[in-house]
Design a protein around this ligand. Structure first.
Ligand code: PRP
Ligand code: 7HP
Length: 190
């Protein structure tokens, strides 16, 4: 029998509070603003997880930004393990030829998704291409990739909230937390 979701009750521990996240987003926005002073920037959000981060970050960046959205899915993996096989579900809406582009991610784990995206977007001839991620889990990295802006480096724990999901839920938590082990166990049994 499937277990019902208890949005807040299923969280064992808050890893990053709403205040910590918002302070970091302001800091990142200011840094990006300095680095791109006098220029315009195209932010490419990688759906769905980066949606809250993108929405907050774009408003913290004090230079003109355009936004575009991509959605990719890794397939062949499990609820918590990526396979490295990436499929584009939604492509860019406009050309990025000659533009300064910043990819906005919620988390870099194995690095396989971003490795694929970097190669794909480089092929579209941007003027520059950088990466900003809210969370970085370096212990899980399978492929080395350049990451220009990192909000928080976190330990090897599966996290949810502020866009990050488990089984497509928990994305609307305002903080980042770790789920109770029973939640995984129930999902594995289902
Ligand atoms: C998550 C996250 C990254 C990717 C990171 O996306 O948003 O895109 O996994 O994992 P990796 O470094 O091991 O490749 P997910 O595929 O869970 O989709 P979602 O954003 O829709 O939740
Ligand atoms: C993907 C992902 N999604 C949610 N929580 C995590 O810890 C994750 N790592 N990679």
């Amino acid at each position: 029998m499937s277990r019902s979701v208890d949005l807040e009750g299923d969280v064992a521990e808050v890893l990053l509070s709403e205040d910590e996240i918002q302070a970091k987003v302001s800091e990142l926005g200011a840094r990006i603003g300095e680095d791109y002073a006098g220029r315009e920037l195209t932010l490419v959000s990688v759906l769905k997880g980066s949606l809250p981060f993108m929405a907050d970050l774009m408003r913290a960046i004090p230079v003109p930004v355009r936004i575009d959205l991509m959605e990719v899915s890794s397939y062949g993996g499990t609820a918590t393990e990526s396979s490295g096989l990436v499929r584009i579900l939604k492509d860019l809406s406009s050309s990025i030829d000659g533009q300064d582009v910043l990819i906005v991610e919620d988390i870099i784990d194995t690095g396989l998704t971003l490795n694929y995206l970097l190669r794909y977007l480089r092929g579209k001839n941007p003027r520059s291409l950088r990466v900003c991620t809210l969370l970085d889990k370096p212990a899980r990295r399978l492929v080395e990739i350049p990451v220009d802006y990192v909000g928080f480096t976190i330990p090897d724990r599966f996290v949810v909230g502020y866009g990050l999901d488990f089984g497509e839920v928990y994305r609307n938590l305002r903080y980042v937390g770790v789920l109770r082990p029973e939640v995984y166990a129930a999902a594995a049994e289902a």
